[in-house]
Design a protein around this ligand. Sequence first.
Ligand code: F0G
Length: 470
Amino acid sequence: MRAARTGDTFWSVGVRTIIEPFRIKAVEPLALTTRAQREQYLREAGYNLFNLSSSAVTIDLLTDSGTAAMSAAQWSAALSGDESYAGSASYARFERAVKDIFGFAEVIPTHQGRAAERILFGVLCREGHVVPNNTHFDTTRANVEASNAQAIDCVIAEGRDPARYHPFKGNMDLVQLDGLIEKHPEQIPLVLLTITNNSGGGQPVSMENIREVSRRCREHGIPLILDACRFAENAWFIREREHGYAERDLVEIAREMFSYADGCTMSAKKDGLANIGGFIALNDSVVAREARNVLIMTEGFPTYGGLAGRDLDAIAVGLHEALDPDYLRYRITSTRYLGERISREGVPIVQPPGGHAIYIDARGFVEHLSPADLPGQSLACELYLEGGIRSCEIGTVMFGSGLPGDDDFEPAENDLVRLAIPRRVYTQSHIDYVVEVILSVYEKRYQLRPYRFVSAPPVLRHFTACFDPL
Ligand code: F0G
């Protein structure tokens, strides 16, 4: 059969059904619960989905991080893991895979992405520094700020508006970047670019934009560091959407993206297809030496960095599997299918669908609630009550400040609910189930109730706050 490259058809000309490019060898039961049970579980969890036991969740779309199903090849590589403290063969295989795809000279393993961020920013950033990024993910922002530098988001205007279409909505606004470089010529220790832009809806960054950001950085001697968690999905979007890349190999596209940068931080829990792990990769050997000194103090010896040898081997295989065109076509098509099915029925989502997640615009979905009524929380709770789906509020609960009713209350810019899709875990019929549950909640959207905080910690309140429906 002739394989289809683009358009509606999937694997072969004329066939539209999305099939998983794998068969299943080990299965895990799903919790099938009644509405009465879910009502009880949610009440006991203080209406915070983070407090639910996973055994109470039917389809878990809380995150795509660390939740991938590993392949038989990864499991067999894991069995060959070399657990030596120093000089492990697993590290050599890991380093080879990272160098092959990312092309940087220095490879420093860490236990996950935020450890890479903490170490790198700890070495490079100080008080008075300014760090531009398209959009900082929350741990990235927290680690920039923990080094006393200021984190500034510079995504293009389209990237801030859920409804507006742009093929590369994760692009950096070059005018804003130029302005920052001009205003703070000596105070920018690095420029970050997050591919894909998670906080902006899993939206890709174009090769042209990476090249242009790189050109500016090189002109001013500023290192460009990619936050590369979803680099493979970004490479796929470049191949699908950017002129001149349709026939290019995905590994080549990835190598070209990284060739414009001086290093990256990576969470292998995303496009490493592993359950744990991350790394820093760099060309600058002086910065790498300082990073390794911190690593030894807080993560572990430089040939394991807080990971087991088997984790390093699983990542070495996973990084290449993430660039498999059959896998990426299925992954991106399946995410888009979910987005298109619900938006066709009127559900407002961040457009176009991103790579790893669909973001529902809760303010548009639950029009009768104001941001002070916590529409994202209300919708996320209802998706759980209706069908046992766990999603994540990304809105006033997570990013607002103060409590509704208080003088210092400030809602977030948007109220979104993220449905993040674990890699290779759910089948197309699970996705159809998710579509059905969302549409059934949409039909009775005017019954969704306002929520209020019962308790909230001062920082990162979304993880532990408790709520009540009114
Ligand atoms: N950068 C981005 C863009 C991320 O999405 C994440 C994690 C990190 C850095 C940190 O990596 O979790 O390995 O420490 N994102 C997860 C999420 C948690 O659900 O989006 P980590």
